[in-house]
Each structure stands twice: as C-alpha cells, then as structure tokens.
Design a protein around this ligand. Sequence first.
Ligand SMILES: C[S@@+](CC[C@H](N)C(=O)[O-])C[C@H]1O[C@@H](n2cnc3c(N)ncnc32)[C@H](O)[C@@H]1O
Length: 214
Amino acid sequence: MKFSILTIFPNIFQSYFSESIVKRAQEKKLLKLEMVDIRKFSKNKHHKVDDRPYGGGAGMVMTAQPLYDCIKSVKKKNKGPVIYLTPHGKTLTHTVAIKLSKLSECIVLCGRYEGIDQRIRDLLIDEEISIGKYVLTGGELPAMVLVDAITRLLPGVLGDENSAEEDSFTKKLHGKKEYPHYTKPAVFKGLKVPDVLMSGHHKKIEEWRMSKLE
Ligand SMILES: C[S@@+](CC[C@H](N)C(=O)[O-])C[C@H]1O[C@@H](n2cnc3c(N)ncnc32)[C@H](O)[C@@H]1O
C-alpha cells in the first residue's frame, strides 16, 4: 500500500517510520511512504502557506493555493482517495482501518494552524478522519497513527499472519478488548500467574481467555 503524506513538517516522520514494524513493512515492499512538503508548492516568494482568517479571529489558516497545487500534483502519481485528518472527521476505529487497508494507495493531508481553507475541503477532499475528540497542533501525529493502524493489518506485515486477527476489536475476539497477558517470571511482587495458564490444557486456557474479554 502506498501513502503520500502531505505536510509542512516532513522531517517529523523520519524517526517513527524508520523503526520496527513500519520499517520492516517498507523493506518487504508491502508499504511505500512518501512525504511531500506542501511549502514547496507555495507561489509566495517566502514560501508562506498560511494567512489570517476572513472574518477575523484567532490563529492562521492554511491557504488554498499551495494545498491545491500540491494535491493536484500528487494525484498524478497516486490514484487513491484524498484523506484530510481533522477533528471534524469520522473517528478512526478498527472497522475504518480495515476498510482503508484494502486500498492500494491513498493521499493523506496533515493540517496545521486553525486548519485548511474550506474550499480545499469542498474541492479536493474525499474523506475526513479524526483520531479522537481532542485537538492536536497538527495532523502529523494522526497521520502516523493512521499509517501504523493500517500497516499492521496488511497481509504479510506481522511476523505471525494471525496475530492481527487476535487483537482487541477483531471478529475473533467478538469486537471486544483482549484478555490479559502474562510472561516470566511466574510470580512477580507476590502476584502469581493464573494456574490455568500454566496447566498446558489448551481448551481450558481458551475458555479462560474468552471469559476475560471486556
Ligand atoms: C489545531 S488543529 C485545528 C483545529 C480546528 N481549528 C478545530 O477547532 O477543529 C490543526 C490540525 O491538526 C490536525 N488535528 C488536530 N486534532 C486532530 C484530531 N483529533 N484528529 C485528526 N487530526 C487532527 C488537523 O489536521 C488540523 O487541521
């Protein structure tokens, strides 16, 4: 799956995307990530990408021109939907992540300041996604959350094919939150691992785990 991430802070992504599962998914060619600097598309001589809001009020708004030219340019190489990350969007859930993981490409727009000029939303945005009912300073963290949640659902990304199917919210766990996990040592600070998990009795272990779903 290919993500084109449009941002005015492309360097923010380097560290997270070059570690662990997201890194390995790129190495296995299951995931392609490109960060596109919106500022490079600004026709302003100082590469400005924001201006004061019509009607007054606090803060700045991302101007239409750089966003329009940037999205139009990226759309030539990426045929997927344009997703704007915004607190106004549909909340990202496991179901939404599964649906998006079926795409082969998508374009993800990260806002800053008070958000983007409404006309870009009207003209070029296909879908709006929120990562929760709170406000962050920019769309870069939401973009990383989105990429991470989708990447672990792509076939072949996780070592054990089944492991994403046994996590919280999956069908296998009836949409519920997963059971508790324990590992060595068998006793820690006086707290013992439940006997059933040490019993080797697979059916009973499965029953115990299902009884602990929330
Ligand atoms: C400071 S926020 C703008 C908030 C906007 N003025 C409002 O009140 O809804 C700047 C940018 O951060 C991103 N952002 C902030 N919170 C988010 C959330 N919960 N989900 C997705 N994106 C978010 C969006 O891209 C947004 O354009």
